[in-house]
Ligand binder design. Structure first.
Ligand code: PEP
Length: 257
């Protein structure tokens, strides 16, 4: 069975003081839950918090990662951060291809392909995000869009053991609308099929595919109960320790069941 991963994307939220308080609270709550040692827990704060967060999580099981990276190793790229700089912080994961990067910053698959290789080439794990817009879904193009986001970015040269995929329907991110468990499972199945064509079935069966899009304590158990949903990428709910740990608890309960 794939070990679940619950990842929190803090986006552009949290000062240092807020971050320390949140981590302390999450850590205390995790200590009171059964089965959380069977779940990987990751937080992805803004770049400025990575160094202090390395210290704040040092004695806890919480891992930390970055929300983005530049594809080049160094150079005249004002405002950007390279993967080697991220490695300096001790972080283990990097999110690439988040829909906000696609929609608000105009980044495209060719760039994500380079970022994925920069991250995995440096020995870090990439969480590569895919997902359709509402217009895509209503136009019956979900499979086509997601397949393209996968095949234009993920090739057999990407180390599969450093790859996590996150399916995040754009219409469900930060909107309070969640894909039904059946809708999410259907797309996760397609993504696993795509991974099997790129790698092979045994490799595809090892890669974790997270669901993201308004995951909350109230819907986490049902989503995580689906065969191809191996965890969650959580936005809003990860900023509230009670909610984030309740989602982790749902993943732990699945493992204990
Ligand atoms: C996200 O930003 O990746 C996300 C899933 O956000 P939310 O949980 O708020 O929909």
């Amino acid at each position: 069975m794939r070990r679940p991963l619950i990842a929190g994307n803090w986006k552009m939220h949290m000062t240092l003081a807020d971050a320390r308080a949140l981590i302390k609270d999450i850590d205390q709550r995790l200590g009171q839950l059964d089965g959380t040692s069977d779940v990987d827990v990751l937080i992805c704060p803004p770049f400025t918090l990575l160094f202090p967060i390395a210290k704040a999580v040092a004695d806890s099981p919480i891992m930390f990662g970055a929300q983005d990276v530049h594809e080049e190793s160094q150079g005249a790229f004002t405002g950007e951060v390279s993967v080697e700089m991220l490695k300096d912080t001790g972080c283990t994961h990097v999110i690439v291809g988040h829909s906000e990067r696609r929609q608000l910053f105009g980044e495209k698959n060719d760039r994500f392909a380079r970022k994925v290789r920069a991250v995995t080439g440096a020995g870090l794990t990439v969480i590569y995000c895919v997902g359709e817009t509402l217009a895509d879904r209503e136009g019956g193009k979900t499979r086509q869009v997601v397949d393209r986001q996968m095949s234009e970015v993920i090739g057999p040269d990407v180390p599969a053991d450093r790859l996590v995929v996150a399916y995040e329907p754009v219409w469900a991110i930060g909107t309070g609308k969640t894909a039904t468990a059946d809708q999410a499972q259907e797309v996760h199945g397609w993504i696993r099929g795509n991974l099997a064509s790129t790698f092979d079935q045994a490799t595809a069966d090892r890669i974790r595919i997270l669901y993201g899009g308004s995951v909350k304590p109230v819907n986490a158990a049902e989503l995580l109960g689906q065969g191809d949903i191996d965890g969650a990428l959580v936005g809003g709910a990860c900023l509230v320790s009670e909610d984030f740990t309740a989602i982790i608890a749902a993943a732990a309960a699945r493992q204990l069941a």
